[in-house]
Design a protein around this ligand. Structure first.
Ligand code: FES
Length: 326
């Protein structure tokens, strides 16, 4: 039986149990968000024993050398002594003031934050926002550093979502929250400006895409840029006016709102965003693809894009956590 030591406690790891599950199931307040090794919210440090390599994927080499690991994907077969990270070694937590909160549709809240210290990010990356020391969630940035003075998030309220429920129901302008970041590699890289871009998003997956599109356009991207934003019904779409304004301003930008439910009206494409996109553009050789939103859509679209000729290095994906407790 593998043992996990934390502070003065000693826990036995159950079969197929991650270090995160082992600790949180026994009341240790380890923050987490995606539970899939992406957001790095659950980073811990092994102060005794060696964490498995698979639990260090995506971490900087300097952190790996210091035995940092991601608790949600850590399944050790030897004993470990673990601790929460030292703030000096990882990205510092930054306080940020909530400037405004505005509903973009019935479920998605626009959150504007003013950081108390500079944060160096790319449009489309995510930050972790903490409700308290033990509870944080990742949210993508819809803002563009050289265009927007503050950070913008689109937070979808999930059923029984602890952090999203708190943001929608209790957070108020003027309050201070703590954030950490940025993270993620789903962003626009300048260069090859004539390459076509296809962006496919569902729900609040529009947040990073909205940032990426404005970033690319403001940096003079001249190739065609096609956005496919999908929802089941009309109420799930948002920022349509702002996107139509971009269509008028930039001749290379095209916006296709997609509805997958019944009764699709004029001006909307019928079907799931990824299906509509790959029907309209079937040969994806040399296109750059951005996929954000529901994990099933992201997974399916990634495979379809590859089969339609896109190179894996040109596919950028950000699958959102949609679990009920997020
Ligand atoms: Fe572990 Fe996201 S990386 S919770």
């Amino acid at each position: 039986m593998t043992t996990i030591r934390y502070a003065n406690d000693k826990f036995e790891l159950e079969p197929n149990e991650s270090v995160l599950e082992c600790l949180t199931n026994r009341g240790v307040p380890v923050p987490f968000s995606c539970r899939s090794g992406v957001c790095q919210t659950c980073m811990m440090r092994a102060t005794g024993g060696k964490p498995p390599e698979t639990s260090q994927q995506g971490l900087k080499d300097s952190l790996k050398l210091q035995n940092y690991f991601l608790a949600c994907v850590c399944y050790p077969d030897t004993d470990l002594e673990v601790a929460l990270p030292d703030d000096d070694d990882i990205q510092a937590v930054i306080p940020a003031t909530v400037l405004s909160l505005k509903l973009l549709n019935a479920d998605i809240m626009h959150v504007e934050l003013e950081c108390h210290a500079p944060i160096d990010y790319r449009a489309g990356q995510f930050i972790n926002l903490f409700q308290n020391q033990a509870l944080g969630r990742s949210y993508s940035l819809a803002s563009v550093p050289h265009e927007d003075d503050h950070l913008h998030l689109h937070v979808r309220r999930l059923p029984q979502g602890r952090v999203s429920g708190w943001i929608h129901g209790e957070l108020r302008p003027g309050q201070t929250v703590e954030i950490r970041g940025p993270g993620g590699d789903c962003f626009y890289i300048p260069g090859n400006s004539e390459q076509g871009l296809i962006l496919i998003g569902t729900g609040s997956g529009l947040a990073p895409l909205y940032g990426i599109i404005r970033d690319a356009l403001s940096q003079g991207h001249s190739g065609p840029i096609h956005l496919f934003h999908g929802s089941r019904d009309l109420n799930g779409l948002y920022l349509s006016g702002e996107l139509q304004d971009l269509v008028k301003k930039y001749s290379n930008f095209n916006y296709v709102p997609c509805l997958s439910g019944d009764g699709v009206c004029h001006g909307f494409a019928s079907g799931r965003a990824d299906e509509v996109a790959f029907k309209q553009i079937s040969d994806l050789k040399n296109w750059r693809i951005f996929l954000c939103g529901h994990p099933e859509m992201v997974k399916t679209a990634k495979r379809k894009a590859f089969l339609a000729g896109a190179s894996m290095k040109d596919i950028y994906a950000d699958a959102f956590n949609v679990s009920q407790s997020s």
